[in-house]
Design a binder for this molecule. Structure first.
Ligand SMILES: Nc1ncnc2c1ncn2[C@@H]1O[C@H](COP(=O)(O)OP(=O)(O)O)[C@@H](O)[C@H]1O
Ligand SMILES: [Mg+2]
Length: 252
């Protein structure tokens, strides 16, 4: 007589299929993430997972081989951690933004919105000619974007590189902040960790917390961004710029 097996314990054929096809090790992703990932493959954005680039508190970043729809060799997948409770404190960024009025604020919904928000912010950045990864696609907690790097090596973060031309790079970072501002956005987490350097050119990443200028704290976030980046360039390279002057330059 066949034993009854509860549905929850039955091996999941879909999970197995995705694991096999995309060479993802069993148990790396939860079921919902697997389902979201499946779409990234069926939409031909990605054809194979390669390896992890970064493991973060809120998201893991993977290098993947691109699918037919992407005109590049590699794609970056940022996969937001569904179980992450530190997202709770992030509701502040979403709630005050007029673009997200009347939304649900449970963790899963916040993460979905966060992912969509990073996609949307990257899209705005790209349109405003900000040097940032081009967003390709998002679904649930999975975001696909342009890989910034050389061959399969990701570009280094600003902190881990010794610049030959710090003044020029700082000017470009400020120019990017200005373009973002003209496109109605403040990054909100500009630092030596969220800027990649490729061929001496800065790329702004990690823009999920970016808020529109209608956000009540947009101005505080902008001032904090400027303060952080100027502090870094002063400490490491002795480049000295006036905070208030830079803020008004960005707003002009
Ligand atoms: N588009 C990209 N191309 C290359 N590397 C990336 C890209 N996006 C993120 N990374 C790498 O992944 C790390 C974490 O990404 P980030 O978006 O800053 O997420 P978080 O800080 O929330 O973990 C970055 O420091 C960088 O090394
Ligand atoms: Mg980051």
């Amino acid at each position: 007589m066949a034993r009854r097996v509860s549905k929850r314990k039955m091996p999941d054929r879909d999970d197995f299929r995705v694991n096999e096809r995309w060479k993802i090790e069993e148990g790396v992703f939860d079921r919902k993430t697997m389902m979201n990932l499946e779409k990234v493959f069926t939409h031909k954005i990605v054809s194979e997972m390669i390896h992890i680039i970064s493991r973060g508190k809120e998201a893991d970043v993977y290098l993947a081989r691109s699918g037919e729809k992407v005109d590049a060799e590699y794609v970056v997948l940022k996969i937001f951690n569904q179980e992450n409770t530190s997202f709770k404190r992030r509701t502040e960024y979403v709630k005050g933004d007029p673009r997200f009025d009347g939304i649900k604020t449970d963790i899963r919904s916040i993460i979905r919105i966060w992912c969509r928000k990073e996609y949307g912010n990257l899209k705005i950045a790209k349109e405003a000619q900000v040097s940032a990864p081009e967003p390709y696609y998002f679904n649930g907690n999975v975001l696909a974007m342009q890989f910034i790097g050389e061959d399969d090596r990701p570009a280094k973060i600003l902190k881990n590189i010794e610049l030959d031309n710090p003044e020029k790079v700082l000017d470009e970072i400020i120019e990017n902040m200005k373009r973002l501002y003209s496109a109605n956005l403040v990054h909100g987490d500009i630092s030596e960790y969220n800027i990649l350097i490729k061929d001496n050119i800065p790329f702004v990443i990690d823009i999920g917390q970016g808020v529109s200028l209608g956000h009540p704290k947009a101005n505080d976030f902008l001032e904090r961004d400027v303060k952080n980046i100027l502090h870094y360039f002063k400490k490491r390279y002795g480049v000295d710029m006036e905070q208030e002057q830079v803020v008004s330059e960005i707003k002009s």
